[in-house]
Write a protein that binds this ligand. Structure first.
Ligand code: NAP
Length: 303
């Protein structure tokens, strides 16, 4: 029996592991794949984490992990199928094994949302990507498109514009959601073209992507834009399927909890991007990890 099982090894899970070990709890981090690390390890540059300005996302993820490991948190690979929480002992069921704990912190994060248009699945890995920093280099000297208007879409477009001949940003509205500073950087780039008020109807090609069919939401007109790569950056969906029958979730699947990270089930806590919250960033994920452990301590004292 472990004191605390933490599901997920992104910034929320790893911060929770550091705080749990500091509190003297035996701590097991379950991660779905070896060195999972969450979204941060696929992020190019993080510019808004205090004290670590401009740090590479992978490097940051590794620093978090090294810190948790140095505190002797245990790491085990295992995709969680369900949590059983009938009594004081919680059971975390993975494909291989069932683990027992006094408390569980769910920090399983979120994953890229799919566009849901023809060609998206067909050309995955053959021109369609969700990760500019992972796959961008394949499109050196070529035209690409980024779909979305948030921070990720704009960061991806700025990154791709460094080496792509042209980057189209396809956004469904006439203004971006991304931070003002990022927008200014984007608009200053000569090889970026904004395609406003438009949606992608399908992704086209034979073996590889060779274009996208785009429709104007204002006029209904359609046109094909020739591109070799399409980077889809339309937000995140919580990875809460395995937990949705146990804890309360909202209409989008985020696990409902306040800043204290307590779910509606005693002994089950939630931290990071998978929790209902306003701002999903590394700094707020890390804060959740700390708050979740503070709530675990209160729970242990009261139970
Ligand atoms: P996001 O902020 O939710 O933005 C998603 C974008 O995709 C929005 O512009 C949205 O359009 C568009 N969109 C959503 N569904 C769509 C659909 N079906 N078809 C077409 N467009 C669609 O997501 P994100 O950019 O992935 O960022 C996720 C979170 O991480 C955010 O909280 C963000 O602030 C944070 N983040 C922060 C940083 C940073 O601070 N440096 C970096 C990366 C990410 P509308 O605008 O019309 O809704």
């Amino acid at each position: 029996m472990t004191d605390v099982i933490i599901i997920g090894s992104g910034p929320a899970g790893l911060t929770a592991a550091i705080y749990a070990r500091r509190a003297g709890f035996s701590t097991l981090v379950l991660e779905k794949a070896p060195m999972s690390g969450g979204q941060i390890i696929n992020t190019g540059e993080v510019d808004n984490y205090p004290g670590l300005q401009g740090i590479n996302g992978f490097e940051m993820g590794m620093k978090f992990r090294e810190h948790a490991q140095s505190m002797e948190a245990a790491f085990v690979e295992g995709a969680v199928l369900e949590i059983r929480a009938d009594g004081d002992t919680k059971e975390v069921v993975t494909v291989e094994k069932t683990y027992q704990a006094r408390a569980v912190i769910i920090a399983a994060g979120a994953a890229y949302t799919r566009l849901g248009v023809p060609g998206e699945e067909q050309f995955k890995g053959r021109g369609v990507s969700h990760c500019a920093t992972c796959d961008g280099a394949f499109f050196r000297g070529k035209a690409t498109a980024v779909v979305g208007g948030g921070d990720v879409a704009v960061e991806d477009a700025i990154y791709l514009a460094r080496f792509c001949s042209k980057v189209y940003v396809i956004h469904r509205r006439d203004r971006l959601r991304a931070a003002e500073m990022l927008q200014q950087r984007l608009f200053s780039l000569p090889n970026v073209e904004m395609v406003w008020d438009s949606t992608v109807e399908r992704i086209e090609g034979l073996e590889q992507v060779d274009g996208i069919r785009v429709r104007s939401r204002k006029t209904g007109d359609e046109k094909t834009i020739a591109v070799s790569g399409v980077f889809i950056a339309i937000g995140l969906s919580p990875l809460s399927e395995a937990f949705a029958s146990l804890v309360e979730t909202d209409e989008k699947g985020y696990i409902v909890a306040g800043e204290d990270c307590r779910t509606n089930v005693p002994g089950i806590f939630v931290a990071g991007d998978i929790r209902t919250k306003k701002l999903r960033q590394v700094v707020t994920a890390a804060a959740d990890g700390a708050n979740a452990v503070a709530s675990v301590e209160e729970y242990f004292l009261s139970s």
